[in-house]
Ligand binder design. Structure first.
Ligand SMILES: Nc1ncnc2c1ncn2[C@@H]1O[C@H](COP(=O)(O)OP(=O)(O)OP(=O)(O)O)[C@@H](O)[C@H]1O
Ligand SMILES: [Mg+2]
Length: 391
């Protein structure tokens, strides 16, 4: 894994964003972050839930646990909401400014510590099957007070400065997953897009919805347009730390024909989709490749490592599609609902190896209505897409 950020506390960071609701942003983070934490014990993984309704939080810990945590936060016994993290960031930066006549003071930062773990709960204390290096900053409506239209750029600066704070030599670097809601122009979504390195866009297979990602409406822009605006703003201001770039598009809820990996027309899928769905993935990917052909300068701004990709694999549609697209299968609703309701991501349900026909059972005895075979396929899909995200 390469170092993708100038902030030395952070090894890598991903915003899951799309202007369309229900495409799987929260579900995929809920499945990927624990799976990644499990297979990478050398890093701390933080899910920073920047949604008002706490979408991925209510999957990672159960709804009841979430209510209890929010209650404790309300009484200020605990400060593990994403809004607490943002407020603390703001204080961190303001404090430094006051002490240094509004100029960033390196000496102050090097003596003071900002620790992401202070504003996140360790998930294994709530969900016993979770790896002990997974942390969650809970989403809530309070985010709206913590980051607003007139201060989000200060918050971005504060985030970058955390990297200059005192680092405990034994602490692990962080890999951060940001969940966002469908309003990509909200200050908190802009914050995520601005501070993370890589944008992951889950999309369904609808042409109309895909076209909406390019929407230039001021109030409800599409995610590609929002990204473009942020990059234009960053280049004008001459900042050295640009916003995230498009790293991976995940066609979600693609219908599966077989479990075999396939590559067709450049689209590499961790399973074989139905013919219709594969053709649809290809045509949506072509739509984005048009942008590369017609507006190469914009494309260079928007895509993560576009030049490097073409340099290495040739300037072809195939190379482009292989690099930026993947697919996640449309699973039956039972495993997804079961997994979400019990805070048990596919990767963390211990495989008892009892054969394909038996049902999956959680340590507390709760039985599912699906079998180990279904679970293994979903887990395999998760592992393969995750491998692509971690390129
Ligand atoms: N691959 C999949 N197979 C089956 N069901 C899925 C899949 N991906 C997501 N879902 C289901 O789709 C619904 C919407 O997913 P999710 O809440 O993750 O979307 P979202 O993009 O986060 O939505 P929002 O913008 O409202 O936050 C959930 O019920 C989830 O279980
Ligand atoms: Mg969501």
């Amino acid at each position: 894994m390469s170092v993708q950020t100038k902030n030395p506390l952070i090894r890598d960071s991903f915003t899951f964003g799309c202007n369309k609701g229900g495409v799987g942003k929260s579900t995929l983070i809920f499945q990927f972050a624990p799976a990644f934490a499990q297979s990478n014990p050398d890093v701390n993984v933080l899910v920073l839930d920047l949604t008002l309704t706490g979408n991925t939080s209510t999957m990672i810990i159960t709804h009841d646990q979430m209510l209890a945590v929010k209650d404790q936060c309300q009484r200020a016994d605990l400060r593990v909401r994403a809004s607490d993290m943002l407020e603390s960031l703001r204080d961190f930066a303001v404090h430094a400014k006051n002490r240094s006549s509004w100029l960033p003071n390196r000496a102050w930062f090097s003596k003071n510590k900002f620790d992401f773990a202070d504003h996140a709960l360790r998930v294994c204390e709530h969900a016993s099957s979770s790896p002990d290096n997974l942390f969650l900053s809970v989403g809530s409506y309070d985010i709206r007070q913590a980051v607003e239209y007139d201060n989000w750029s200060d918050m971005v600066e504060a985030w970058q400065r955390t990297g200059r704070s005192e680092v405990d030599p034994d602490s692990k670097p962080w890999v951060i997953f940001f969940d966002t809601d469908q309003n990509v122009a909200s200050p908190h979504a802009q914050f995520a897009l601005r501070v993370s390195r890589k944008l992951v866009v889950p999309v369904g297979l609808s042409e109309m919805d895909f076209e909406r990602c390019f929407e230039q409406d001021e109030i409800e822009p599409g995610v590609f347009h929002m990204l473009r605006l942020l990059h234009e703003e960053a280049s004008k201001s001459g900042r050295s730390d640009p916003p995230c770039r498009l790293h991976q598009l995940i066609f979600n809820r693609v219908n599966k024909r077989t479990n075999d990996e396939v590559e067709s027309g450049g689209i590499s899928s961790p399973f074989t989709p139905t013919k219709e769905d594969l053709a649809q993935c290809g045509s949506l990917a072509d739509r984005l490749y048009e942008l590369v052909l017609n507006s190469p300068e914009t494309a260079r701004l928007l895509f993560h490592e576009l030049d490097e990709t073409f340099e290495e694999h040739g300037r072809t549609a195939g190379a482009f599609k292989r690099r930026y697209f993947t697919a996640f299968q449309n699973g039956a609703s039972n495993p997804f609902n079961f997994s979400q309701r019990h805070g048990a991501p596919f990767a963390c349900i211990a495989d008892e190896g009892t054969g394909d026909s038996s049902v999956v059972r959680l340590p507390n005895g709760t039985a599912s209505t699906f079998n180990w075979g279904t679970l293994r396929t979903l887990r395999e899909n998760t592992t393969r897409v995750l491998a692509k995200l971690m390129l």
